[in-house]
Design a protein around this ligand. Structure first.
Ligand code: ATP
Ligand code: MG
Length: 503
């Protein structure tokens, strides 16, 4: 690999924001046809470095080299013109416009007299969409697409450019397994064309499956670059967080309390049917299954967002009807939603206000108390969850992705719920913080909360759960205790293959 000329090189990049040294001398290069992973904890500076490369931020110091020349990216369009394509961590699409308009925004094909050539636009777009094997077309309104499909639109947009380097910033965070396969195919095609790929992800399996080299950042500093085939998860983790992690399975040490929540024969139209389970105080109940198995919909029902078509919900042994989120909160049920952007956070608001949002009315009781009380809550959960921010006044939109997720978790924890439901709690969260959040969830159970964890990551459910409900296509296939569950029987259950002990 040594005599191949890199497609680009970053040299000694420094970038500061008020109170934060986000990048402190980052250098690495990307070779043609390689997939180069960028790894590091939440807030390490991964997205910032790519925003510098993509012309969104100007570096305070350092240089970007392409070919033999130093280049300056005076904005995203200039970067794009130089062949740098950036697929963002946070989606940046115009919801009101069609898929085709989003893909060719600013570059719509035109006929004479400047009128948009719609036929050509749709034809070109559909050709790209066909490659991506998606289930929507050029005319679909972007706002009507799922987050995963919106992500595919971003990827489609990248394919319209004659790219030298393509940056994927956590592209798989909301993709299904089938969509991931398509994405990896797209990446392989780009590689074959000699494009350099920069790939940011917290998911080790992916990193070890598709990348050639890994560059690690810690607190804005360059730690090192290693060849993927010469390293392993443990060593990369150590580079990222400077210590080893305990990734063993959970063993419960505390006593379980009474049943906090019981669900009997719960159904919701075609989404799920005849679902029964219980969760005790002191217990973490995991829900595992493929996307579309009905797990999120069950959570939404318990949180008053969906009305069940049949069945019963019992809290502390008493049947209840939960007709709205306010109702759920009043009864001590909290839901940390899957999509933090849409449902969890107000990006323009500061950290403290986001965290105390659901309790603003309670805290307002005394006008002079409120400020102090809110800051105290923020401080407490910042420490508990290790939220990296220069202070509570920071806009949540300026935090790194993982730290945003921690704010959402803090917000619901600070309500002291009896039943805490977390949907994909560590999506986009680095390994170190992930294990902190797992510990935190275990700790909450130990304190007597009933905790429900919905996850698509098998190591996660295995690690945190006392028992695991395996779902397939809207049904509970089997409930496992942590003693009897294995990776094999769990996969079998969520694939709809039951054995004779199936529930
Ligand atoms: N526009 C901004 N204003 C102020 N601070 C910022 C801004 N953008 C990033 N930061 C800070 O810079 C640091 C690096 O953030 P960055 O988004 O690059 O992290 P990351 O490595 O991408 O993390 P994650 O894995 O959570 O996405 C963080 O401390 C973040 O809060
Ligand atoms: Mg990021």
């Amino acid at each position: 690999m040594t005599d191949v000329k890199p497609v680009l090189r970053l040299e000694g990049i420094v970038k500061t924001f008020p109170g934060v040294r986000a990048l402190d001398g980052l250098s690495f290069d990307v070779l043609p046809g390689e997939v180069h992973a960028l790894m590091g904890e939440n807030g390490a500076g991964k997205s910032t470095s790519m925003k510098v490369l993509g012309g969104i931020y100007q570096p305070d110091e350092g240089a970007i080299i392409m070919g033999d020349e130093q280049v300056v990216m005076n904005g995203p369009l200039e970067a794009k013109a130089k062949g740098i394509v950036f697929i963002h961590q946070e989606l940046s699409l115009a919801e009101e416009l069609s898929v085709a308009e989003n893909i060719y925004l600013g570059e719509l094909p035109r006929k004479s007299f400047g009128r948009v050539d719609w036929a050509l636009l749709y034809e070109r777009t559909d050709a790209i969409l066909k490659k991506l094997k998606v289930g929507f077309n050029a005319r679909t309104r972007v706002g009507d697409l799922s987050i995963a499909n919106q992500q595919m639109v971003e990827i489609a947009r990248a394919l319209t450019v004659d790219a030298k380097a393509v940056i994927f910033d956590e592209p798989t965070a909301s993709l299904t397994d089938a969509e991931k396969v398509v994405l990896f195919d797209v990446i392989a095609d780009l590689q074959a064309e000699g494009v350099g790929i920069i790939y940011i992800s917290h998911r080790m399996e992916e990193i070890f499956k598709i990348t050639d080299r890994i560059t690690v950042l810690r607190d804005g500093q360059y730690v090192g670059t290693v060849e993927t085939k010469n390293t392993d998860e443990e060593r990369v983790t150590q580079m990222m967080i400077g210590r080893k992690l305990d990734l063993s399975r959970n063993v419960s040490h505390h006593e379980l309390g009474n049943v906090a929540l019981e669900v009997r024969g719960l159904s919701c139209g075609k989404l799920y049917s005849d679902v029964s389970f219980e969760v005790r105080r002191g217990e973490v109940l995991g829900f595992y299954g493929l996307v579309g198995a009905g797990r999120t919909e069950i959570a939404e029902t318990l949180f008053g967002l969906r009305e069940p078509s049949a069945g019963q919900i019992l809290l502390d042994g008493e049947e209840v009807r939960i007709s709205s989120p306010a109702d759920a909160i009043a009864r001590g049920i909290s839901l940390v939603p899957e999509d933090r952007k849409g449902q969890g956070l107000v990006l323009g608001m500061n950290c403290r206000d986001n965290m105390t949002l659901p309790q603003v009315d309670d805290l307002k009781a005394g006008p002079f108390m409120a400020e102090g009380a809110e800051v105290a809550i923020f401080d407490q959960y910042r420490d508990k969850l290790d939220i990296r921010t220069p202070g509570w006044k920071q806009r949540v939109g300026n935090l790194s992705g993982g730290n945003q997720q921690k704010i959402v978790i803090g917000k619901w924890l600070s309500m002291h719920p009896n039943v805490l439901i977390v949907d994909e709690p560590t999506r986009g969260i680095d390994v170190g913080s992930k294990s902190e959040i797992h510990k935190l969830l275990r700790g909450l159970a130990a304190q007597g909360y009933a905790v429900i964890v919905i996850s698509s990551e098998m190591p996660e459910v295995l690690h945190v759960s006392d028992r695991i409900v395996a779902m397939y296509s809207g049904r509970v296939m089997r409930t496992f205790t942590s003693e009897e569950v294995t990776e094999d029987n769990l996969i079998q259950a969520i694939s709809g293959l039951t054995d004779d002990r199936a529930a």
